[in-house]
Write a protein that binds this ligand. Structure first.
Ligand SMILES: *Cc1c(COP(=O)(O)O)cnc(C)c1O
Length: 382
């Protein structure tokens, strides 16, 4: 029997988590009010340099709120990537809009060239509204996902969005801490470049609140509106007056206590993840690179192989968890009827990517064990 099981990506809770959660329990502030919520929002906003943030129940809830407050309407079309987690796209459906699936480039994020071609060739623009020539629907927004902690080409994407009056929702759920080091967006963090950005604190993300999310924006009116909608759109707290439909999406003080403690350690987690990413390479495991003009958070490591399923099975037999990239969303049953535009690269990467262990509490010895196993798998292949 081989030593210990090495999981893919698990929480690391060795800071002030227990102390803060204990404090929340002791003071009996456990629900959707309490000091940790505002503290966590302030700390997250400060960290990514935005004026305000709105903490909510999940990244998915955050994305739903983001589409709502940007005014995306039922029947409109929203451009989305096919290579990502389905939670980036489902909120488009929640609001009654339709996703149009786009390809990725070699960063695994939206290919700006294909986006541009789609807008130019498949749509018409009257100087104000972009319209899909095939469906005759308005195209009003795009969801860009910063896959695995890489950043999309925001310079190109923002310029295109400016040209065609598209709202930009940044799904930065996997990229908290990633930022541009040069270019037009030097110093800008994932989630703070588009109209609105969303983080997730699910258990497998770089920091966790068990489950949770955060909406950020350079425009504090948008995050304020998210807060309003996330608390049932309550106009009057005494008489409970509601003039529109809201949601129960607010984060709890317990989650925020965990989140604040986690955020204190984020830079340390990124340091360790970078170190392990480099150690894999030193051990001869070539991983997909992150953009050279960014500081990545190194959330997930991608290894390319022609025998994806074989490698995953082999590692599993040796107590190592790994995973293929998500089944492409345009091939999933609920989206089988949706439009997809020239998907090619995403298919290629889908067939080849294996994500290998990357937790921030992964020890160097474990990295070496995973590397050795990949090498022995390759040897057995030949
Ligand atoms: C994790 C994730 C989400 C959703 O976050 P939850 O907090 O689990 O709802 C959305 N999009 C992407 C790309 C993700 O990886």
């Amino acid at each position: 029997m081989e030593k210990q099981f090495i999981p893919l990506s698990v929480p690391n809770l060795k800071g002030n988590e227990l102390a803060y959660v204990t404090e929340a329990v002791k003071t009996e502030w456990v629900s959707t009010a309490g000091p940790y919520i505002a503290d966590f929002e302030k700390a997250a906003a400060d960290y990514v340099h935005v004026p305000a943030a709105c903490a909510c129940q999940s990244g998915t809830a955050g994305l739903h709120l983001a589409l709502k407050v940007l005014g995306i309407q039922p029947g409109e079309e929203v451009l989305v990537p096919t290579l990502t987690f389905v939670a980036a796209v489902n909120p488009v459906h929640y609001i009654g809009a339709d996703p149009v699936f786009m390809d990725c480039d070699d960063t695994l994020t939206l290919d700006p060239k294909k986006l541009k071609r789609f807008c130019e060739e498949e749509c018409e623009f009257d100087g104000n509204i972009l319209k899909n020539k095939t469906s005759c629907r308005k195209v009003t927004a795009l969801v860009v996902v910063h896959v695995f902690g890489n950043l999309a080409d925001m310079e190109e994407i923002m310029s295109l969005a400016g040209t065609y009056h598209l709202k930009v929702i940044e799904d930065a759920t996997e990229a908290l801490g990633s930022c541009y080091r040069e270019g037009a967006y030097e110093g800008r963090y994932a989630g703070t470049i588009g109209d609105i950005g969303v983080f997730s604190f699910n258990g497998n993300k770089i920091i966790t609140t068990g489950g949770g999310g955060m909406v950020v924006s350079q425009n504090p009116e948008l995050t304020e509106r998210c807060r309003f909608l996330s608390t049932q759109a309550k106009k009057d707290t005494v008489y409970f007056v509601h003039e529109e439909i809201g949601y129960n999406y607010r984060m709890t003080n317990l989650q925020a206590a965990l989140g604040l403690a986690q955020l204190e350690q984020l830079e340390e987690f990124i340091r360790i993840k970078k170190e392990n990413y480099e150690l894999y390479q030193k051990e001869g495991i070539k991983l997909l690179p992150f953009r050279s003009d960014i500081r990545s958070n190194y959330w997930f490591y991608s290894y390319l192989t022609d025998n994806r399923d074989g490698l995953i099975r082999y590692l599993e037999q040796h107590q190592i968890q790994s995973r293929p990239v998500w089944k492409l969303i345009h091939t999933l049953k609920p989206y089988a009827e949706s439009r997809a535009y020239q998907i090619e690269k995403a298919l290629w990467y889908y067939d080849r990517i294996v994500n290998i262990p990357c937790s921030s509490n992964l020890e160097g010895e474990s990295v070496k064990r995973v590397a050795e196993r990949i090498h022995s798998f390759l040897k057995e292949q030949t």
